[in-house]
Each structure stands twice: as C-alpha cells, then as structure tokens.
Design a binder for this molecule. Structure first.
Ligand SMILES: Nc1ncnc2c1ncn2[C@@H]1O[C@H](COP(=O)(O)OP(=O)(O)O)[C@@H](O)[C@H]1O
Ligand SMILES: CC(C)(COP(=O)(O)O)[C@@H](O)C(=O)NCCC(=O)O
Length: 273
C-alpha cells in the first residue's frame, strides 16, 4: 500500500491530507483522509508553530510515496512548506498548476497558465466525483465560481472577494462602518438588515448568493443546466446556510464538501505517478 500526501496552499490557510492507495477517489465519506489538517498562513509565519507542524506531520505519518501540491500564495510559501520536510526532499514534489493536463478535462480559459491552480484542482476534484454539469464554488479568501460541463469542459468562472474580504473592505474604506461581526448564532438572512451589522453581513451574503444564482442562470442559458453545486472553502457552511434561504438556489442540488481541491490534487497525482 502506498501513501499520497497533498497540500493546498491558499491565501489564508494551508490545508493538507494524506490518502492510502487502497482508498477510492469517488468516496464521499467524511473520514476519507487517513491524515488531514490545516493551519492559517498567519500561524505559519511563526517559527515555533512551523516546527510544531513539521513534527506533527512527520511524526504522525509514515513517509509518503508521492507528494502533490498547488499554491496560489506565492513561491515563498512553497519554499517555506518544503523546508519543513528536509527528510522528504528526495521525493518528487509535484506541483499542479492551472495548465497541468488532466485526462478527460480541458479548460476554455484563454491562457490556462493564468488559471488559479486551486480552481483547476477543484475542477479536477469535481470531475473525480461525477460527470455532470457542475458549479464549483470555493468560498475562501476569494469566492470562485467555475462551471464544469458533464462533457469535461471547464467553461471558465468568476472571482469575487470572499465574505471576509468584502466585509473588511467596507470597514477599512469608510468612516462609519465597523468590521461586521458574524457570531455562530447569526442566522441566515432572507430579509433586509435592520441594523448596521445586519445590513453589512446581509449585503455581503446577498452579493455572494446573487453571483451563484447568476452563474446558475448563465449555465442554463449556455445549455449546461447545473445538476450539482459543490461548495468548498472556509466559508462554505455560511454560504450553504444562506443558499437555503433563496428558493431559486435551494431548488438546486447544493452540497458542501470539504477538501475538493485536495481531492483534485489526489486525482491528478494518481494520473501522474
Ligand atoms: N479556522 C479558520 N482559519 C482561517 N479562516 C477560516 C477558518 N474558518 C473559516 N475561515 C474563513 O475561511 C476563509 C478562508 O478559507 P480557505 O478556504 O481556507 O481560504 P484559502 O483557500 O483562500 O486559504 C477566511 O476568509 C475565513 O473567513
Ligand atoms: C482567485 C484566487 C485568488 C483564489 O485564491 P484563494 O481564495 O483560494 O486563496 C486564486 O485562484 C488565484 O490567484 N487565481 C489566479 C487568477 C485566475 O484564476 O484567473
């Protein structure tokens, strides 16, 4: 049995997972990953926490047989990550980029090398799960929405500021707006805000919902009506709750999924062993 380790280096968090070669790529089981975790990029700046992370991963996990990663956070982030595992430098660390070929898939992006590696990995992850018309939504630092046809064609997508970025930009560029607070009890909002906090969180949520709804309409107009929506990323649960409030979206098959990008890396790694 072999072990594969994959890393997704995002703009806010580093996520990783390891899978065994006996595992099924199409398995939706939440306990799919043999090992998995995440750390914020901020914590990753701390030398102590970096050592802790390196110890944790290398001591809890046997040496992997292959390592795959994608990064949208700059080359220094890659170097920092690799430097944590000097004992694994003999392995070929395979980097997935926006123009990495994947059998059965192609993108219509004008210049695939400019396509975010995490977006492409998400598309690959979606393909590994089903061959239907799919919207892939990654609600992270940015919210990205991509259309993958059941025919294996990626029809491009959209990039919006993520929920936090939207809210931060309001407070940092205005005199009167605070940073909106979303508590764990903040309910999804199907109504207009009645105070500043509610108006800000509701407005940003509505902007995200509007984009998803617009994407679903556009896909239909392009003759690729959406049969499934995967929602990944740190804000996936918030968006999933919001979607339930919008009848037009609630009718669509929306499924939050953890680690779609990691799954895509895994699928790509399997094609490139
Ligand atoms: N434990 C967490 N650490 C950092 N961000 C989190 C966490 N939980 C939820 N979030 C939210 O998720 C967003 C980051 O999501 P993530 O998918 O990790 O992004 P990225 O892939 O861009 O690094 C943040 O903007 C934040 O709003
Ligand atoms: C859009 C993104 C910033 C999203 O990054 P994330 O929120 O996952 O950290 C990233 O996919 C990226 O830098 N893309 C390159 C441009 C493009 O996809 O066209």
């Amino acid at each position: 049995m072999s072990l594969y380790l994959v890393f997704d280096i995002g703009n806010t968090r580093l996520k990783w997972a390891a899978v065994e070669s006996t595992q099924n790529i199409a398995d939706r089981n939440k306990k799919l990953w043999a090992y998995s975790g995440s750390i914020s990029n901020q914590s990753f700046q701390s030398p102590e926490l970096r050592v802790e992370l390196s110890d944790y991963i290398s001591k809890t996990m046997p040496k992997p047989d292959a390592i795959g990663f994608c990064c949208v956070a700059g080359d220094t982030a890659i170097q920092n990550l690799r430097s944590l595992f000097p004992q694994w430098q003999d392995l070929n660390w395979k980097q997935l980029t926006g123009d990495s070929p994947y059998e059965g898939l192609r993108t219509l992006y004008e210049d695939p090398s400019q396509l975010g590696a995490d977006r492409w990995a998400g598309v690959i992850g979606a393909r590994a799960l089903s061959s239907t018309n799919t919207l892939i939504i990654n609600a992270g630092t940015a919210t990205t929405i991509d259309l993958l046809g059941g025919n294996g064609v990626h029809y491009g997508g959209w990039i919006l500021p993520g929920l936090n970025l939207m809210q931060e930009s309001l407070s940092s560029n205005t005199a009167q707006l605070p940073l909106a607070v979303r508590s764990s009890t903040t309910a999804a909002q199907a109504s207009f805000g009645m105070n500043t906090n509610g108006a800000m969180t509701g407005g940003c949520d509505a902007a995200q919902m509007g984009a998803i709804l617009r994407a679903a309409y556009l896909a239909k107009a392009m003759n690729h009506p959406v049969e499934r929506i995967w929602l990944d990323g740190g804000n996936a649960k918030i968006l999933a709750n919001e979607i339930k409030q919008f009848p037009e979206l609630a009718a669509l098959p929306v499924e939050p999924i953890e680690g779609l990008v990691l799954r895509g890396l895994w699928a790509w790694l399997l094609q490139n062993l």
